[in-house]
Design a protein around this ligand. Structure first.
Ligand code: NI
Length: 184
């Protein structure tokens, strides 16, 4: 088990546009993903992007197949390893992609939460660690997690997407009932 240091907001490595993965199913890639999973689970994260541990690659992991103590009301998201992702917002009934707002946190922005608009329904494509294609249409929390993690691959942290800073603050003040031991 290798829990890696998670970079915090202010580190310029979080602002890079990540490089595509060109070699799949390699020992180095599997080792990196194992470290990312260990790091995400140790921090009770909903997801983790490679740039958050200083690795300049288009690689994210998310989901745990179980309810997340940091987001106890969120439905479980299947554990997924996603490389070189592409996100397409999907239209609602009126033909326009619907956005919805909800609270987010980030392991690189510890102790804070903010309300972030995200597309409600998306299609995402990419590859798993073996180079097999992934193609899913998802909505709600699953769609939100994917958009949050993939933002890390283009140097965007969620506070950059907050529109209403009256709904941005410290987790222990906003959500005093959340167990602080399980928060970031
Ligand atoms: Ni994050």
């Amino acid at each position: 088990m290798a829990v890696r240091e998670i970079l915090k907001m202010g580190d310029p490595r979080l602002l890079r546009v990540a490089q595509p993965v060109t070699e799949f199913d390699s020992d180095a890639l599997h080792l990196l993903i194992t470290d990312m999973l260990d790091t995400m689970l140790a921090a009770n994260g909903a997801g983790l992007a490679a740039p958050q541990i200083g690795v300049d690659l288009q690689l994210v992991i998310f989901g745990t197949n179980q309810p997340n103590p940091r987001y106890p009301d969120a439905p479980p998201v299947p554990y997924t390893v996603l490389l070189n992702p592409v996100i397409t917002p999907l239209p609602g009934n009126d033909g326009v992609p619907l956005q919805e707002e909800d609270w987010e946190g980030c392991l690189s922005v510890p102790g804070l939460r903010g309300v972030v608009p995200r597309f409600a329904r998306i299609r995402y494509t990419g590859f798993d660690q073996y180079g097999d294609p992934i193609d899913r249409t998802v909505e709600g929390f699953h769609a939100r997690v994917v958009q949050h993690e993939c933002d890390h691959l283009i140097g965007i942290l969620y506070p950059m997407r907050v529109r209403d800073f009256s709904r941005f603050g410290y987790t222990d003040v906003l959500f005093p009932d959340l167990d602080p031991a399980q928060d970031d």
